[in-house]
Design a protein around this ligand. Structure first.
Ligand code: PLP
Ligand code: COI
Length: 344
């Protein structure tokens, strides 16, 4: 198989259509068979539920080429599960979890030529999503949906690649208590676009959102969970009293990797004043797109905190975690957890 002729080492995190997407429609109360399509456009009624009341959910995953030329994906069962949770909250029909994993395998295998080569630093980003395609007018759920997956080769999520990033704390909230912060719905990202672009304009890679109820606790950024390493070398994992943090698969995997490596883990609500007091030596943004991106500083009105061990790049604890996680994801090291699924 001949790989596409792309400048793999210089890809950015942007969309380009590949050979195939996967599409499956829900009609008359059931999911149809579904399959691959070379058509990358969707034509819908102007009154489709996605346009009127924002019924949309999505996932993000990556496929990797291993040193021996195989292609693998990481824990697709967890993305299938989370997407089903998102669907239930948005009154959409959950896409069957085994069918989800099978669709991922089909679409990645069909686009084998687009999976970046081992060692290029690039990956194939996989974007499963679901939209309401049926008409709605009174506020209600549509009766027809499309589940779809496109794939696209990508480079680093944050501009500057491996460089440590800066965060700021916006005046805006990302997620309300009992809202939709714990699912992956497009509307969460639409409403955080304004503060995100403000952050970018001011030189920050992302916003660090606080809990919207008390504005006391650290939640996450617009597109990643946030983890810390304290001065004792423990991995500190912020938890939300209002269940408004997305259950990141990267974060949950890192907790297991930390346990495996003998790194102590402290999962608890984290007050922003602990961050301000300088209690943490390292900070990282974690997620599928961002992997583990070191955070150098958090700046906000009256706040200027530097994380000394991640100020100039990945720190010692996150470095070990990242090497192990990425090593497992790319089959450079043995997968003791059974997380990696071989496609080709
Ligand atoms: N938090 C938000 C708001 C996200 O959009 C993402 C991206 O998926 C994450 C966290 C990280 O989740 P995961 O590790 O499952 O990609
Ligand atoms: C991902 O990490 O896969 C996401 O969906 C985050 C998104 C903001 C790019």
């Amino acid at each position: 198989m001949q790989k596409k002729d792309l400048d793999w080492g210089n890809l950015s995190f942007t969309y380009q259509p590949t050979d195939y997407s996967y599409a499956c429609n829900y009609r008359n109360g059931a999911w149809e068979e579904g399959g691959l399509t070379a058509d990358h456009n969707i034509t819908l009624s102007e009154d489709a539920g996605i346009y009127q009341y924002c019924q949309e959910i999505f996932e993000g995953m990556k496929a990797y080429t291993t040193e021996d030329g195989s292609i693998v994906v990481f824990r697709p069962d967890l993305n299938a599960q989370r997407m089903a949770d998102s669907a239930r909250r948005m009154v959409m029909p959950p896409f069957p979890e085994d069918k989800f994993v099978d669709a991922v395998k089909q679409v990645v295998a069909a686009n084998e030529a687009w999976v970046p080569p081992f060692g290029s630093g690039a990956t194939l980003y996989i974007r499963p999503f679901m939209i309401a395609t049926g008409n709605v007018l009174g506020l209600g759920a549509a009766s027809e949906y499309q589940f779809r997956i496109f794939v696209t080769p990508v480079g680093p999520y944050f501009k500057g690649g491996e460089k440590a990033v800066k965060l700021t704390v916006p005046a805006y909230d990302r997620a309300a208590p009992m809202g939709t912060g714990n699912i992956k719905a497009g509307l969460n990202y639409g409403m955080s676009l304004y503060p995100t672009l403000q952050a970018h304009d001011n030189g920050y890679a992302e916003n660090l959102y606080l809990d919207s109820k008390s504005r006391t606790y650290v939640e996450e950024t617009g597109g990643t969970n946030v983890l810390f390493v304290d001065r004792q070398g423990r991995l500190v994992v912020p938890q939300s009293a209002t269940d408004s943090i997305l259950p990141s698969i990267t974060r949950r995997s890192l907790v297991e990797v930390a346990n495996y490596l003998g790194i102590e883990v402290d999962e608890r609500p984290v007050r922003f004043d602990e961050v301000v007091a300088g209690d943490f030596a390292e900070c990282g943004c974690v997620g599928t797109a961002a992997v583990i991106s070191p955070v150098a500083k958090v700046e906000a009105e009256g706040v200027d905190v530097t994380f000394p061990d991640s100020a100039n790049g990945i720190g010692p604890v996150f470095g070990r975690l990242r090497d192990t996680l990425v090593g497992i994801q790319t089959c450079k090291i043995d997968d003791p957890f059974g997380w990696v699924v071989k496609i080709v």
